[in-house]
Design a protein around this ligand. Sequence first.
Ligand SMILES: [Zn+2]
Length: 472
Amino acid sequence: MKRALQRIAAVLSVALLLSLSACSEPSSTESFPTGPYPETPLLVLGVDGLEWDVVLELVKRGDLPVLAGLMRRGVYGSLAVDRPTLSPVLWTTAATGHLAAEHGITGFAYRHKKKAKLFRSFDRRRPAFWNLLGMAGQRVATVGWWLTWPAEEVNGVMVSQANTITNSMRRDGMGISKGALFTGLQRQVWPPAMEARVLAVPARVESELDEHMERVLGRLPGDLPEVEAVLMRHCRWALRADETYRRVALDLLAADEGFDLLAVYFGGSDVLGHRFWRYAYPQQYKHPPTADMIEALGDVLHDYYRWLDTTLGELIAAGPANANVVVVSDHGMHAIRPRARFASADRIPALNSGGHSDAPDALLIAAGPSLPLGDGGLPENREQIVELGRLVDLAPSLLALRGLPYGLNMTGRPMPALLSASFTENFPLTSRSRWTSDDWRPSWTTPLVEESLQDDDSEQRLEQLRSLGYIK
Ligand SMILES: [Zn+2]
């Protein structure tokens, strides 16, 4: 009897301890840090599917001077990636420091009353770095980052990426793909005063798209065979989106609004990697393309990497001279379907020859005043690329570089390799128990957006886009 009472007492005291610790956990009373914060701004360049093997090959040839320069003077390595390797999931993981089960973005779409509904920004259940920086009074701009439509009321600027389903994608079995800015779609830009200027860009890019594609990929044969014509057609929207976001980001930097963090996303490396891996690396396939097509298209993937390197250089040059620069991909890329025939009866995605569903390592290259100084050398081979952490470590690392605490409830942690000793001496790593959604979700988002968008399912949005000639 006595022992039973003791046991009950022990259970009760454990329960009491648990409830006490549960009480002390919620953070609404936990004060937010007030600075001073590092003066060094942060430029984050997110590049979908950038693969180390391709980067190393081109860096050795001297073809990527900007990335090579960052590697020489800074830090580089790989990041482990969690599955599934779907863009909305991974870029939300990178932005929040949480995995999908926590942040709630589990794919492109979810089922609601037997219909597929696209995830939107307010479906994210955890704060992104742009929310947390804003709470600390830091100015932030994001351009084209995944799952940012409708644009959130950030302390700064948000230019959305609205993802969509087009009929041709559906016909080709592609489901949903990477998004863009669309003329006529509301709430893509925060603050609203910037909307007209930003939304004028995609129409201009569209009118110059053929010339732009030739600039990036070189002159291509006008009469491509059916397979190659399909592959090229399914790159156009990615190049259009990248060029749009490039111009918008350069415009923001030229306006010199003094951002503490500016993040830009590019998706073409993933799209061209899916489509043209077999042309860049024909020896990896049992049925390579014809010699003519290897000659014509064997370089388009590398051409895109070169364009990207130039673009990153433009953005870095347009930004503050003392910025820390972080280039990060969400996963790598490699050959898939090495024995397939890639017949003209096939459609995308069966025509894709590059893939990443097994979560090949992501890439990270970073340099700047707050980072350890590189030794000036470049790696000889892939074995010299060390693992710096996981993709989920990105958000806590960005917070640390901006002098902010990471959340102990995050899966990710700041990567020590990104922080120099002198930086952490001035700005020691700090943590906070957690951020609850009440702390960060803009008060207008839930009521206003749900009211105005409740009936706006993707079909309605698609109709709007079709009528504007953006999709067929
Ligand atoms: Zn992909």
